[in-house]
Ligand binder design. Sequence first.
Ligand code: NAD
Length: 251
Amino acid sequence: MSFLAGKKIVVMGVANKRSIAWGCAQALRNQGAEVIYTYQSERMKKPLERLLTGEEFLVECDVASDESIERAFEEIKEYAGEIHGVVHAVAYANKEDLQGEVTEISREGYALAQDISAYSLIAVTRFAQPILADNSGIVTLTYLGAERAVPNYNMMGIAKAALESAVRYLAADLSPKKIRVNGISAGAIKTLAVTGVKDYQKLIQLSEDRTPDHIGVTIEEVGNACAFLISPLSSGIIGEVIFVDKGVHLS
Ligand code: NAD
């Protein structure tokens, strides 16, 4: 069954083959969707291109800039006309804010992490909205550290709490317009982003130890949940954050 046949989905945040966004892109493609990719900067374009066939539509989008987001969705509109979903899998915090004590977080570090990791979902939704077809979906990625004090996750946990709240408010605004907004709270996976967290190995070890088979959740499993949440198969799910962590959050 290909439940996304003929759909065009924008995936933001593929840095390399370990990226959660890459797992999402693969799962969306497996369900018949065409994936449109955005990359942060020229520097990030090459590694993305190496993963692709050359046929795909790629566009630069730095979520720190409204102009960049606006331009990206204008280009996507020119290419695709309308789209059926957006996967927001981007986040950033300074390394010094992913260790030590939360009282040490600077005003600048706080603003930066909130801007890239939480506000960006609002800005992306604003510019994507005009070209999102009826019954489309927006999915973002979050982590258990939004609701628990996970060692060293610090600033990102605070930003993820804001992101999860933004999911609910955006969902309330957009659901009457036939656009559903949801989040996936993924288990810890070794990606580029997670290596910014001090002692990230412990975070991943913890996530593996707490699963029933001691194998951590994979980007394929997160991707499959993402494809479901983007698709009309999940039409009854609005403004929800779903754990895709093989039960780690239970203990
Ligand atoms: P990743 O490093 O592969 O992806 C992070 C992406 O964010 C990169 O592609 C990077 O280019 C992009 N990005 C950062 N700043 C940006 C900007 N200004 N403009 C545009 N893009 C920007 O790591 P990942 O773990 O796959 O992260 C994807 C998402 O999943 C993030 O939101 C992350 O917090 C979340 N998440 C990760 C884990 C985990 O354990 N890896 C768990 C739960 C949630």
